[in-house]
Design a protein around this ligand. Structure first.
Ligand code: CTP
Length: 417
């Protein structure tokens, strides 16, 4: 059987036609990507299949070529019409979807390897990438696989979680390739600009501990590192939100997606208050992860001298930023507060949830080992006025952020997404 050009020949795709590179890795679910290819073609996309050498053990290239807009490719070498196929495919792609994405393909992509046409194409593109991981449950649950996916997510790769159900080994569990129609629908959304559950929302986040000025040299501050707020900003950005981060942290934390996040530098509670109030009306969601000082001294313009003895600091209350945000909230805005507690954690936090009028309150027991201030990990309880408290056990601040922001996405009115 020879390849029959389908209605959209490879040489002359309409320039406005979305171009999808369909990557197929070597797993038994490779046969299902034939159906996905058919559905993508039905939607009018120009589809160029790229199979790894192992994928061809499961499905022949002829089948893909017969349905695709271009012949299926399997190698970086030997195609006289496209001598540099990975850059041709990568730079022309509107989207690359890899279905199935095996554990091996995911690991190679996370490592930045380019040892076949598919991985080379993944590196040679600026287009969005959607991975559909498919494997046995034991493999799916391996920390190595999950860490590779976390790395790729951090770099902006979209991941469609596998379905739970019957697997090829006769067992049941997570690891099935979702239905081709589900993948095709997601592809259509991504082509239309969707980048995650917060696409189209504007999220305002505060991070870090405020520093209250005693004199030009000395400050009163707290133990907050800003890590949780930064992780929230990164994850919100990866979920498609446009993010403004009001931060007291200078230079000690970095953002992978820094160019996409608008960072506003502040130092004191008063500055943080002003920065947040200036931006709240145009935000769909506000997250107060900053540890704001409750009291501030009257600042001395000159350095206090030791020889004058210990100064008497007269402390005055700072503005309650969260209370002001709640008082001025626009309709439909979701407000998330944080609570740092050391004792009677849930009881105190339930009182705070009621009194502060927030939609979600994320409670940190800062006395828990590995949680709270300055740690890379955190353990929290998410309180919702309309749901049971949810404990999110010890994990990275990034993983905690996914949990919090998934709750935010579920609360947002549909129109914002
Ligand atoms: N917060 C604020 N402005 C302040 C103090 C706190 O916006 N002046 C915010 C924090 O960012 C957090 C929430 O209020 O989202 C709760 O902060 P927390 O320190 O736990 O509670 P407080 O209201 O300060 O009460 P207390 O210190 O007595 O527990």
């Amino acid at each position: 059987m020879t390849w029959t050009p389908s209605p959209m020949p490879c040489a002359t795709p309409n320039s406005s036609t979305p171009r999808i590179v369909l990557g197929v890795a070597g797993g038994i679910a490779a046969y299902k990507s034939v159906e996905l290819l058919r559905l993508l073609r039905e939607k009018g996309y120009h589809v160029a299949p790229v199979l790894t050498p192992d994928a061809t053990r499961f499905v022949g290239t002829v089948t893909f070529s017969a349905l695709a807009s271009e012949p299926a490719r399997t190698s970086l070498y030997g195609d006289p019409t496209t001598p540099i196929p990975h850059t041709y495919l990568g730079s022309n792609a509107t989207l690359i979807v890899v279905a199935p994405a095996t554990a091996h393909l995911i690991a190679r992509y996370a490592m930045g390897l380019a040892d076949d046409l598919l991985t080379a194409t993944l590196l040679a593109t600026r287009a969005p990438v959607l991975l559909c991981p498919t494997m046995h449950t034991e493999m799916w649950e391996q920390p190595s696989v999950q860490e590779n996916l976390a790395t790729l997510r951090r770099r902006g790769v979209l991941v469609l979680e596998p379905d739970v159900g019957h697997l090829a080994g006769g067992d049941e569990g997570a690891g099935r390739l979702p239905e081709a129609a589900t993948i095709a629908e997601l592809v259509e959304k991504i082509v239309g600009g969707y980048r995650g559950a917060l696409t189209g929302t504007r999220v305002l986040i505060s991070a870090g501990g405020t520093r209250e000025v005693i004199d030009p040299v000395r400050v009163l501050t707290n133990r907050s590192s800003g890590r949780q707020g930064y992780a929230l900003a990164e994850v919100a950005c990866r979920m498609g939100a446009s993010v403004t981060l009001v931060s007291t942290v200078e230079g000690t934390l970095s953002l992978d997606t820094v160019s996409a996040i608008d960072v506003v530098q502040v130092e004191t509670a008063a500055e943080l208050h002003e920065a947040m109030m200036k931006r709240t009306l145009e935000s769909d969601c506000v997250i107060m992860a900053a540890a704001v000082a409750d009291f501030t001294p009257r600042a001395s313009a000159k350095k206090l001298k030791k020889r004058d003895g210990p100064p008497e600091l007269h402390l005055e209350p700072t503005p309650d930023v969260l209370a002001d945000l709640v008082a001025h909230r626009p309709k439909g805005q979701i407000i998330v507060g944080f609570a740092a507690e050391t004792n009677d954690v849930i009881e105190n936090a339930l009182v705070k949830l009621r009194e502060k009028g927030v939609d979600l309150l994320v409670v940190n027991d800062v006395a828990t080992p590995g949680a709270g201030f300055a740690h890379a990990t955190n353990e929290v309880v998410i309180l919702d006025r309309h749901a049971e408290p949810e404990r999110v056990t010890l994990r990275s601040k990034e993983a905690i952020s996914w949990e919090i922001l998934a709750r935010v996405a579920a609360l947002l009115p549909q129109g914002a997404q």
